[in-house]
Write a protein that binds this ligand. Structure first.
Ligand SMILES: NCc1[nH]cc(CCC(=O)O)c1CC(=O)O
Length: 425
């Protein structure tokens, strides 16, 4: 019967003697080492019958190496490629890092409301609905102090201003429009992005107009999205971001902006936006979830957004949306959510020359924050790794509620960017 295979990796290396006598091995080592623990170590090694070439250099290494007692003594593996050589020091790791994260990559989403206080959002610890006059300005000033100079505004509309056709979306004196104006007056060089969709203004809680039988109207909605985008551009928006997923809205908005003289205003298209459970906390923040059907009326209000947002099962479909948005004039194409959809980020990156953005959404924030608050994750490391992963997948720009914190952490010992860190061996 063949002997049981030994666990020693080196047993079969042909140029090593297969029968190295344990006695000679132990005697040489005993002379070379001082102290009981090393003696024991050598004995233990000899006993498990490891093979070693007995050269003076190896003897010297044994004495000098500060290895713990019990470490097996083995000859070097015959390996031409040792990837660990390129990971051996901070400087070297940083020199060969393939991707990095910088505050310039980040967009901070901000929730505003038409009041003075900042109101914490229960499902997003650390994030508040900001009072648009002061809280908003303070929060943006803080982000800028860490190098984040891009924000996207989400207004919370009071219920009495919501209608089935969401006209508040293009009220020139609406909260979004006032917030844009105030931000641009206060920080002229700030890049202000807006959300283009009807849901925060729609009493039915959908991104489009809901017909009585529950169909979300496409082309009629697009007409209102165009008015909304133009009113945001008029207020001073730099980038309008349609998040509604109606067909043809990018081209229609581009034409509407150009017609009104806003050829310089960009469009960041939510290109591959999935019908995701990870938007839950956002809908809490804006009270914008699809409305419950009113039992007394015959109207149908779909309980989810699956007739316009993409099915999480789908991959190829993202390419179809990409081709449409590119042809219609998008300047930036977005994938949303972020971490669960890294494959889609890579798909878009490999199929367009446009910048790709990724939205690290409210539910992703909530998950990381909850684990961090429990002490189950190191928040700083887990967040920066998450953001870096989206960069690695191919995102140029990342929308994240962690933008200020991440930029602050990057300004510490990770300055001026993270890929590797400056601390540690
Ligand atoms: N059109 C609205 C919109 N814009 C951004 C988000 C989600 C952002 C987040 O969860 O952080 C949503 C919610 C939705 O589609 O229901």
């Amino acid at each position: 019967m063949a002997p049981a295979p030994t666990p020693c990796l080196h047993q079969n290396i042909p140029h090593l003697p297969q029968q190295n006598p344990a006695a000679k091995f132990q005697k040489t080592r005993s002379r070379a080492v001082k102290g009981r623990s090393q003696q024991q170590r050598v004995t233990a090694v000899a006993e498990v019958n490891h093979v070693i070439q007995d050269t003076p250099a190896q003897t010297r290494r044994l004495v000098e190496a500060n290895v713990p007692a019990g470490t097996p003594i083995v000859p070097p593996q015959d390996l031409p490629s040792r990837p660990r050589r390129n990971r051996r020091s901070v400087s070297f790791r940083n020199a060969v890092a393939e991707n990095f994260l910088h505050p310039a990559h980040l967009i901070l989403p901000v929730f505003v409301h038409d009041g003075e206080q900042n109101i914490p959002i229960a499902s997003m610890p650390g994030v508040s609905r900001l009072g648009w006059r002061h809280g908003l300005i303070d929060s943006v000033a803080e982000a800028r102090s860490y190098g984040v100079n891009q924000v996207v505004i989400f207004p919370k509309t009071p219920d009495h201003l919501k209608t089935r056709t969401a006209e508040e979306a293009f009220n020139p004196a609406g909260l979004a429009q006032r917030s844009i104006r105030l931000l641009k007056d206060t920080f002229p060089d700030l890049e202000v992005y807006t959300d283009v969709a009807l849901d925060p203004y729609n009493s039915d809680g959908h991104d489009g107009i809901v017909r009585d039988d529950g169909v979300i109207l496409n082309d009629e909605t697009v007409e209102f999205l165009c008015r909304q985008a133009v009113s945001q551009a008029r207020a001073g928006a730099d980038v309008v971001s349609p998040s509604d997923m109606m067909d043809g809205r990018i081209g229609a908005i581009r034409r509407a902006l150009d017609r009104e003289g806003f050829t310089h205003v960009s469009i960041m298209a939510y290109t591959a936006k999935y019908a995701s459970a990870f938007y839950g906390p956002f809908r809490d923040a804006l009270a914008s979830a699809p409305a419950a059907a009113d039992g007394s009326s015959k109207r149908i209000i779909p309980p989810n957004k699956k007739t316009y947002q993409q099915d999480p099962a789908n991959y190829r479909e993202a390419l179809r949306e990409l081709r449409a948005d590119e042809a219609e004039g998008a300047d930036i194409v977005m994938v949303k959510p972020g971490m669960p959809y890294l494959d889609i980020i890579r798909l878009l990156r490999d199929n367009t020359t446009l910048p790709v953005s990724a939205y690290h959404v409210s539910g992703e924030y909530a998950m990381l924050k909850a684990a961090a608050l429990q002490g189950w994750l190191n928040e700083e490391e887990a967040v920066l790794e998450s953001l870096l992963s989206m960069r690695r997948a191919g995102a140029d720009i990342i929308l994240t509620y962690f933008a200020s914190d991440a930029a602050k952490w990057m300004a510490g010992d990770r300055s001026p960017f993270i890929g590797g860190t400056k601390s540690g061996l």
